[in-house]
Write a protein of this length. Structure first.
Lengths: 313, 327
């Protein structure tokens, strides 16, 4: 592919390879432009660093954890080493079931980052597609789509996921399903209004006049310009999704066999150990706060640069 | 000024929303493994109660008849009977509804007062290191999961300092003769402190950020320069001239913020064992008491939908610049 860029591009309307190349080209320009702005914001870079750090933790944790997530720790006397405060052997102490807190914390990053990133991805894909179609076609399609969005806004998120999990069973996938069903709404609204304004740009009109298909205009000319905006919303959705998963797990609707920050907090709460075992309660809560702050910082820092109004005044 | 057509359309949307949510719920609960009947088979229930539930739900009828029956009963606000408590769902959730609203509205009023005041102050000192530090704190507070804050607050003030109760809404043996007596007693307020404090740490962020951003906008207006030229004190400019004009959008966002916050009440109520709608719904779901889970969800959803409706109305009424829905 890269070798072809130097040779003159073979023209031919509707030829898929050319459409694809134009898409990549437009996307690259758009991304490069945005990336330049992005690195100017220290907030955004700091936020990104936090997210990347936790992604790395999630990836390497199975190889570095000192104990299994449900590996019972015994004292010298052969009893369960319950609720041990931090020590050299267990830097974050042990839980009520005599598990190592540090190991659970590190392994918990896996499910958090998995739900966070997959949830954000779903939000971006669904929100962008819906916003793009509604904004581009307008008319009754837009009307129907936006009314559906309005109606879905009436479903409170956490109770809805509780119903889903009650009906379909406690699994991370059902929480992701809930995120996919309800968290795309604001993204779709924002993308739609952006598409409404892009649609009136001269190059879109030119493409229309040249006889390009709707699909081509949406994909090649409009989509690359809204992808950075979708990415911004996806960044914020990383935080939402992680909190959503932890909340559901905390309420007791999580999968208890998978180590996660929410399940850790739920165990600490249900056993009432949180009144004494601060070493068990603080690490997962602080981790959630940090990742979510990271996601917000990425979003806000970026927004501040894109929208100079926010910055200067 | 009032747009009747817009009002009618918006009202219709609200009705359609309620109808759709009720329909979604109906079909979701029919998908429960073993059917909603599975819980009734528990030996807790008497034969008569079992028959009554089967009749109430029309569970031996085809699905579409069941659906019609369900909708018909819903129209008459008949939400059935709890499998667990044996009392009507309506009576149960209305009681829980008050508890939820008292907690949420108290927290909201305090958060909005603090948020508007601090937001105005932060907007005034914009760009200073102090403001940047404060913004980071706000961001951290908004990122903290509210149930975790609740646990930390309980750890500090209930376990360590022994200052406040661990949870619940009233002390052992406390009795009240009336509703106002229940919500105004010292005992109740004592139980209210920690959950309200926890919620406030989370809710304050939104009005604060809104107020700050609005104030930044207002401060660039000409009349602020005029006020400065007149030699007014900073305090007077900020509160008499700038903040007053910046506060309107924050107030109209109140309703929509409540709508968004309703679902999250589940968490705070669980942490503080607050006998509200959300906690009732969690308990009902865990013990397969579907009529209660369904009723509680419907009521939560109704709050969200009506708050969104009120927010839209507030926008059109209070801000003359907003013109929606045609002529």
């Amino acid at each position: 592919m890269s070798g072809e860029t130097s040779s003159p591009v073979q023209r031919g309307e509707g030829q898929p390879s050319q459409g694809w190349r134009r898409f990549v080209e437009n996307l690259r320009n758009s991304v490069q432009e945005q990336a330049k702005i992005f690195v100017q914001s220290r907030m955004a870079v700091a936020g990104l660093a936090i997210i990347v750090f936790y992604v790395i933790v999630a990836l390497v944790s199975p190889y570095i954890v000192p104990y299994g997530p449900e590996e019972r720790i015994y004292t010298a006397a052969g009893e369960w080493a319950k609720l041990q405060p931090p020590s050299l052997a267990h830097p974050l102490g042990t839980t009520e079931s005599a598990y190592d807190v540090l190991s659970q914390l590190l392994l918990g990053a896996r499910i958090a980052m998995f739900v966070g990133l997959l949830g954000a991805f779903m939000v971006a894909i669904i929100g962008t597609t819906v916003g793009l179609v509604a904004g581009y076609y307008g008319g009754w399609i837009d009307e129907i789509v936006m009314r559906v969005v309005d109606i879905l806004y009436g479903l409170p998120f956490i109770p809805f996921v509780i119903v889903l999990v009650t009906v379909l069973g406690a699994s991370v996938w059902n929480i992701i399903l809930g995120i996919a069903l309800l968290y795309w709404l604001s993204t779709a609204r924002v993308i739609r209004s952006e598409v409404l304004s892009l649609r009136e740009r001269p190059y879109v009109e030119a493409a229309e006049a040249a006889g390009a298909s709707d699909f081509r205009i949406m994909g090649v000319h409009i989509l690359p310009n809204v992808i950075p905006l979708a990415a911004l919303y996806a960044a914020i959705a990383v935080g939402y999704s992680i909190v959503a998963q932890a909340s559901i797990a905390f309420l007791g609707f999580g999968d208890p066999t998978v180590p996660s920050w929410g399940v850790m907090l739920q165990r600490a709460f249900v056993t009432q150990s949180f009144g004494t075992a601060w070493w068990w309660v603080f690490p997962p809560g602080l981790s959630i706060t940090l990742v979510v702050t990271g996601a917000y910082l990425v979003g806000r820092g970026y927004e501040e640069v894109v929208n100079p109004q926010l910055q200067e005044k | 000024m009032v747009n009747k057509r817009y009002l009618a359309r918006r009202f219709l949307l609200m009705v359609v929303s309620l109808f759709t949510v009720a329909t979604i719920l109906f079909f979701l609960f029919r998908m429960v493994p073993g059917g909603p009947m599975s819980a009734i088979m528990s030996p807790r229930m008497t034969e008569a109660a079992r028959q009554r539930v089967i009749e109430n739900f029309g569970l031996n009828e085809p699905l579409w008849r069941q659906y019609l029956l369900y909708m018909w009963q819903l129209l008459h606000l008949n939400l059935g009977e709890s499998f667990y408590y044996g009392q009507t769902v309506k009576g149960l959730i209305v009681d829980r509804f008050y508890n939820t609203m008292v907690l949420m509205l108290t927290a909201f009023l305090i958060s909005y007062t603090i948020g508007i005041y601090l937001g105005a102050q932060l907007g005034w000192i914009r760009g200073t290191p102090k403001e940047r530090a404060a913004m980071i704190v706000v961001l951290l507070m908004r990122s903290t999961p509210v149930f975790w804050t609740g646990m930390i607050v309980l750890y500090l003030f209930a376990f360590e300092l022994n200052m406040f109760p661990l949870g619940g809404m009233r002390g052992v043996g406390a009795e009240y003769s009336s509703v106002s007596g229940k919500f105004l007693s010292v005992d109740f307020l004592y139980h209210l402190v920690l959950p309200v404090f926890t919620l406030t740490t989370f809710y304050t962020g939104l009005p604060l950020l809104l107020m700050r951003n609005n104030l930044l906008e207002v401060l660039s207006e000409d009349y602020i320069d005029t006020a400065r030229a007149k030699g007014l004190t900073n305090r007077r400019i900020l509160f008499r001239h700038a903040a007053r004009n910046a506060v309107l959008p924050v107030v109209t966002a109140f309703a929509i913020a409540i709508g968004f916050a309703v679902g999250g009440q589940v968490l705070i109520e669980t942490v503080f064992s607050w006998p509200g709608l959300g906690r009732e719904m969690v308990k009902a779901s865990l013990r397969s008491d579907y009529p209660v889970a369904q009723g509680a969800f419907l009521l939560l959803s109704t709050i969200v939908i009506s708050m969104n409706f009120l927010a839209d109305l507030a926008y059109t009424y209070l801000d003359p610049r907003v013109r929606l829905g045609g002529t």
